[in-house]
Design a binder for this molecule. Structure first.
Ligand code: ATP
Ligand code: MG
Length: 499
């Protein structure tokens, strides 16, 4: 029998406290699940502890809380669950129990039961490892299904009949993929076959539980493996049919279009290699960027395959998907929609002769998400031809260069000199009118051209030199305009108020 060294108890006060409570109450208690699994994998002491008691869990929680100088943080008496928080630990205490499922209901009937029954309700062998806390079994590992062997073999396997396990709680199928992706494990073949068989049962799981698991898969370091597994098992079809529909190609007159599911995975991969910490919503945007393609696909005799307006159609589908999966319908939805809607725009603006206003419109529509948009666009380049690839990427650089130029221009256009119209009117005793405007514009240009610095005193002095000419209706002598303090060609740094 495997045994954890008791020296661990000396080093970890949390273990001492848990064991002391078990000894006081005189009934068996075990740490189970993720904490044990992760301890075996990494040797680290996790902060989330699941404790199973063969005895009253509320009493265990109360005694523990009292000992730690705190109170029970949450309690679900109907499910025999209580939670205690202490330092950075969260300890969930659950009675050893039997769970009976009926095909009609999503929720099992729960009742306290011997430990052997608790074994049977666990999802995977590697999650059914128990560490004894009470004196008689302190440090003893109970491994009813060979979980330690499966950890060594890197296998996700159900303790009993997979079809039954997955049919009872279909969410376990998503958990299998989540653990496979997070731990870099394989799914054992009969377990995998069980998922394929039971995939349609996912329909009975609530959208909230599905998205919670799916987000863990999307946020893992290797979400594309997860998406591939979700697709191959038939699970993706159940909750994201629009994405599953991206898979496959079609041939007409010798022309095949690319497999847009494979393409989408490649885009996510490239995006994460550029930005490994990409937010959940940027990942969603990459996943859904081409979701409008299946519905807009046409074969044109002259053009070949086209996906006209797929960005716009895609953005609308994003909303349907968010509604159906109970995702937030706020700025996070609008962000994903925006990236999906605009992801074709930058490449269209890379051509010569595109007007400033087209560039300005893109910058305005993308707003603060322009950088994310360009990252998505760059990741969208999946051609294997290195020269084409290079050319596309350079196009985006060019667009961004244009955006910066236009923004600079706009900033200059908005620039106001430190001398205001009222200053000019007061100094020369003028009524509002064209003369005031002309003097102000002369000062503005002098600052933009670097003839004088962008300061009140310098501007006032310059005004005193040039205003007499303007007021007399004469041209300002060129030598005044060249009376530059700055070297030729150097422009002043203009700081405007909204910077
Ligand atoms: P994580 O590191 O994500 O917390 P975990 O294994 O601790 O992983 P939890 O959801 O915290 O997962 O659940 C704790 C334990 O409860 C699991 O290890 C497993 O034994 C059991 N469990 C949780 N959810 C299920 C489920 N849907 N079906 C069967 N057993 C489950
Ligand atoms: Mg856990």
């Amino acid at each position: 029998m495997t045994q954890l060294p008791l020296s661990l108890w000396e080093a970890e006060p949390i273990l001492q406290h848990l064991s002391a409570v078990a000894d006081t109450l005189g009934y068996p208690a075990y740490i189970v699940g993720g904490w044990v699994r992760d301890f075996f994998l990494s040797g680290e002491i996790g902060s989330a502890l699941d404790v199973v008691t063969v005895g009253n869990p509320t009493l265990f929680a109360e005694t523990l809380a009292q000992r730690l100088g705190t109170t029970i943080a949450a309690e679900f008496r109907r499910f025999y669950v209580a939670v205690v928080r202490w330092q950075h630990y969260e300890i969930e205490i659950v009675a050893s129990r039997r769970e009976s499922y009926t095909p009609e209901s999503r929720n099992p009937a729960v009742e306290p039961a011997p430990l052997e029954e608790d074994f049977l309700r666990r999802d995977f062998t590697i999650n059914a490892l128990y560490v004894g806390l009470h004196a008689a079994e302190r440090g003893t590992i109970l491994d009813p299904f060979g979980g330690i062997r499966d950890l060594a073999r890197k296998l996700i396997r159900t303790p009993t009949d997979p079809a039954r396990t997955f049919s009872d709680d279909p969410l376990r199928m998503l958990r299998a993929i989540r653990f496979a992706v997070r731990l870099g494990f394989e799914i054992e073949p009969t377990t995998y076959a069980g998922i394929r068989q039971e995939a349609p049962r996912l329909q009975i799981v609530s959208p909230e539980r599905i998205t919670e698991e799916f987000h863990k898969i999307l946020l893992s370091p290797d979400p594309t493996r997860g998406l591939r597994l979700l697709f191959d098992t038939g699970l993706l079809e159940q909750f994201l049919p629009e994405v599953a529909a991206l898979a496959g190609t079609e041939m007409q007159q010798g022309y095949a279009h690319k497999d847009n599911f494979a393409h989408t995975l490649k885009v996510i991969e490239q995006l994460l290699s550029e930005r490994p910490q990409a937010s959940l919503w940027l990942r969603w945007a990459a996943l859904l960027h081409d979701v409008g393609k299946p519905r807009t696909k046409r074969f044109d005799e002259k053009l070949g395959w086209t996906f006209h307006l797929h960005e716009e159609v895609g953005a609308r589908l994003v909303k349907d998907i968010f509604k159906r999966l109970h995702l937030p319908l706020d700025e996070r939805l609008r962000y994903v929609q925006k990236l999906v809607r605009l992801h074709g725009r930058p490449i269209a603006l890379a051509q010569e002769g595109v007007t400033d206003s087209a560039i300005r419109r893109l910058a305005a529509e993308a707003g603060e998400d322009l950088e994310d948009l360009i990252l998505l666009c760059r990741s969208d380049v999946t051609t294997r031809n290195p020269r084409r690839r290079q050319r596309f990427l350079e196009n985006f650089d060019r667009v961004m260069q244009r955006v910066r130029e236009v923004q600079q221009k706009d900033q200059l256009a908005r620039f106001q000199p430190p001398i205001r119209g009222e200053d000019i009117m007061r100094t020369y005793n003028l009524q509002p009118g064209a003369l005031v405007g002309a003097i102000k514009e002369e000062i503005r240009q002098a600052i933009l051209d670097g003839i004088i610095p962008n300061e009140y005193n310098a501007a006032f002095a310059y005004m005193q030199k040039v205003a007499p000419y303007i007021l007399a209706g004469k041209p300002v002598p060129e030598e005044l305009r060249q009376n530059a303090q700055n070297k030729e060609g150097e422009r002043n740094e203009i700081r405007t108020t909204h910077e």
